[in-house]
Design a protein around this ligand. Structure first.
Ligand SMILES: Cc1cc2nc3c(=O)[nH]c(=O)nc-3n(C[C@H](O)[C@H](O)[C@H](O)COP(=O)(O)OP(=O)(O)OC[C@H]3O[C@@H](n4cnc5c(N)ncnc54)[C@H](O)[C@@H]3O)c2cc1C
Length: 444
């Protein structure tokens, strides 16, 4: 399945209903899975997607579905999410491409091994099967890898899925369950009456809704700013590539601080550099600089600043609009950044060096995605206090694909006023304004 762009055919084109119980902004994994769980509870739902379902992060990611290395507050949600992936695989005849192939973090030196092992006590507390592995065991688990890593940590129960296929497949299940899904339909703003959210204003017209969920990924800050709400969020570009069919080195996902690879359902690998996150500074970089300082420190080995072209446009973005005006969402239907040629060459070089069994295997395609992040690398799963009926499911910070179904089930419960089933304190929106210290979780 090719990388999605605004030239890709429109496949979800349901007619806009006049009214639904819940309207969802964004057809990524968060929006589509929330729609599915709501529909299963008998709630009527509309998903508006400005471009293509899963056109942005949800199709461009590495495809790791991992519990290992998560922020402690995310872990119980993620442990349930991986079971939801299993059910989704059954329901879609595994069009989501899910498999429990394991995940492994690989240490280049003893200091990294010690750093990885710090997480083991968290996994143990929740009964997860993560364990430390020695150099010899890494060699045994990775058939045909260079003898480069001194050890690592390994979780056999972790999984992988196919990002280009998964969310469209789930969207078809959601549609069959009664959800309306409309692509090429940007939401310009929300409708508010007597202080309560009462619908969405889209480029195709208004739709009444008792609740609205903003699952707009990298666009959430822009969407909220127009309403006078500040959500600290920044984006980084990461380049990804896939190889043609190749011998099996490892059935799951593995990576060091430099290089990450995942076995694919089609017999190839998805490759990425873990130390190459490119940030294109804009107005928000300055606005949120102080909040992101701890996060920047944590990923400074990987962060590359790219002031470069289009700086003026990034410094002076359209900040406000009326609901009858065209918006930034209509101007960029699919955020489709070009991959970095340097990164693609470097991926080829590192693959040959680290995985001699794959030396010479062709890279067949490359693409890039804009990863959105919050200052503490955990999402917001909350109702906005000043806008009753308006909910946020965003800020997944480079690891929202795996947890997506779990976070979506939380949102479906919140919207219906049901207990979410988890402690959501860490994911509250007010943490950005109530004076709480910024404590980053594990990085993107
Ligand atoms: C290169 C890369 C590698 C990654 N690797 C992994 C990984 O291995 N494992 C993992 O768990 N996570 C990974 N992630 C992160 C993961 O992909 C994201 O966290 C997750 O997909 C976020 O899902 P989402 O639904 O919140 O956002 P998105 O998938 O970005 O979807 C948001 C959607 O909202 C739409 N939208 C925005 N504004 C509007 C509007 N006003 N009206 C209508 N529609 C709108 C957008 O067009 C978009 O389609 C990676 C991300 C990238 C980019």
């Amino acid at each position: 399945m090719p990388v999605l762009s605004e030239q890709s055919p429109i496949t979800f084109r349901d007619k806009l209903p006049d009214a639904v119980d819940v309207a969802i902004i964004g057809g990524g994994i968060a929006g589509i899975c929330t729609a599915l769980f709501l529909a299963r509870d008998g709630v009527s739902v509309l998903v508006c997607e400005k471009g293509r379902v899963a056109g942005e992060q949800s199709s461009r990611n590495w495809g790791w579905v991992r519990q290992m290395g998560r922020d402690e507050a995310e872990l119980p949600i993620m442990m349930d999410a991986i079971n939801l992936w299993e059910s989704l695989a059954e329901e879609t005849d595994n069009q989501v491409g899910f498999q429990r192939g394991g995940a492994m973090y690989l240490a280049d030196n003893e200091a990294e091994q010690a750093e990885f092992e710090q997480w083991l006590s968290i996994g143990k507390q929740y009964g997860l099967d993560t364990r430390a592995v020695s150099r010899q065991e890494v060699q045994k688990l990775l058939a045909g890898a260079a003898d480069k890593w001194c050890g690592g940590i390994y979780t056999a129960s972790d999984g992988r899925a196919e990002p280009f296929q998964a969310v469209p497949a789930i969207a078809r299940v959601a549609q069959a369950a009664g959800c309306h899904i409309t692509e090429q339909c940007a939401v310009r703003s929300i409708d508010v009456e007597a202080g309560r959210t009462c619908g969405v204003i889209t480029e195709l017209g208004r739709v009444r809704a008792a609740a609205v969920v903003c699952a707009a990924g990298a666009w959430s800050t822009t969407f909220l700013r127009n309403l006078g709400i500040s959500l600290p969020q920044l984006v980084v570009r990461n380049t990804v590539a896939r190889t043609g069919s190749a011998p099996e080195v490892f059935p799951g996902c593995a990576g060091s601080h430099q290089f990450a690879f995942r076995r694919r359902q089609d017999g190839g690998y998805t490759l990425a550099l873990s130390d190459h996150l490119e940030h294109f500074p804009g107005a928000d970089s300055f606005r949120y600089l102080f909040r992101f300082r701890p996060a920047f420190n944590q990923i400074r080995h990987a962060l590359r600043l790219r002031p470069g072209q289009d700086l003026l446009a990034r410094l002076l973005p359209q900040r406000r609009w009326q609901a009858d005006e065209s918006t930034p969402f209509e101007r960029t239907r699919v955020l489709n950044p070009a991959p970095s040629p340097w990164a693609v060459n470097e991926l080829r070089r590192r693959m040959n060096e680290h995985l001699p069994a794959l030396a010479g295997v062709a890279i067949e395609e490359s693409w890039a995605g804009m990863i959105e992040a919050t200052p503490d690398f955990v999402p917001v799963l909350d109702q906005l206090p000043d806008y009753p009926g308006f909910y946020l499911a965003t800020g997944f910070s480079g690891h929202g694909f795996g947890i997506g179904p779990g976070a979506a089930r939380v949102m479906a419960r919140l919207v219906q006023g049901k207990p979410p089933g988890y402690d959501l304190t860490r994911f509250r929106f007010s943490r950005f304004s109530d004076g709480s210290p910024v404590i980053p979780g594990p990085a993107v």
